[in-house]
Design a protein around this ligand. Structure first.
Ligand SMILES: [Zn+2]
Ligand SMILES: [Zn+2]
Length: 264
């Protein structure tokens, strides 16, 4: 059985969609794991109850209006994760992107973060009833914008297509692996809303292209935390059987702050 000891996508009370998982629970249960807390960036800007305002037509203005509020939340968030005092729990963020291609983020806080995940959660072209080809093209634009704006990981790469009921072609998987690898961006194997058919093809393609894969439970609840059976299952189905190969594929974060502890 493969040893998996990284999870660079975990939510906490700083995401509206998280249930019973909190920074305190992550601290209690996370012994032996290399982790990043990665709450939704957009949630820091929108007041409670407006968490998914990302789909609103006026979202660009809304983020701008909430700039100070978001910044305060982000600063509090960073401070609370650092205050846990465990070097294996990194400060991360699941960064949202606006229809303009701008990140929902504070650029001057970038150095405070160890792990940045770029995730597509909404595509206006789908809501507008555009063709599948146009929806895929918009998604590819967002992926390029994430790659060009220094993300470490592409979050749940193809989840949005499953949500929209659209198939993911082998060609799109190959394009994604190539684009991300060229930019030094790892691709996530995410178990929160599993899509084994897509993930097995993604892993096979990553093996061929020498890409890096990031393990993500994307835990929104305590029961999901530290649960890697899905990852082992899709890795085995894609032919990754030896620990040695897994170590070559597995993306590991380099913490920005030195706590004086040894890195994994
Ligand atoms: Zn997400
Ligand atoms: Zn997430």
């Amino acid at each position: 059985m493969l040893t998996i000891d990284t999870d660079y996508h975990v939510h906490s009370e700083f995401s509206f969609c998280a249930t019973d998982i909190t920074l305190e629970r992550i601290f209690q249960l996370g012994d032996g794991l290399y982790l990043a807390v990665t709450d939704h960036s957009a949630h820091q800007y929108f007041r409670p109850g407006r968490g998914w305002s990302l789909a609103r037509e006026d979202v660009v203005d809304l983020v701008e209006e909430q700039r100070d509020y978001g910044r305060e939340n982000l600063e509090r968030y960073i401070a609370m994760i650092r205050a846990l005092g465990r070097p294996e729990i990194l400060v991360g963020l699941e960064v949202d992107i606006l229809p303009t291609g701008d990140l929902v983020f504070e650029e001057d806080l970038r150095e405070e973060f160890d792990v940045l995940i770029g995730s597509v959660h909404h595509l206006p072209s789908y809501v507008q009833g555009r063709s599948p080809a146009e929806i895929v093209a918009e998604w590819q634009t967002r992926v390029c914008q994430f790659c060009d704006q220094g993300m470490d990981i592409l979050g749940h790469p193809f989840r949005i297509f499953a949500q929209y009921g659209l198939p993911v072609s082998d060609g799109l998987i190959a394009w994604t692996v190539e684009r991300c690898t060229a930019a030094g961006v790892a691709l996530e194997i995410n178990s929160h809303q599993p899509s084994p058919q897509d993930d097995v093809r993604l892993i096979r393609c990553a093996r061929e292209q020498g890409a890096r894969l990031a393990i993500a439970t994307d835990a929104h609840a305590t029961w999901e935390f530290g649960e890697f059976s899905y990852h082992r299952q899709v890795l085995a189905a894609a032919g990754v059987e030896s620990q040695e190969e897994w170590e070559r594929l597995n993306w590991r974060a380099v913490p920005h702050l030195d706590f004086g502890a040894s890195a994994p």
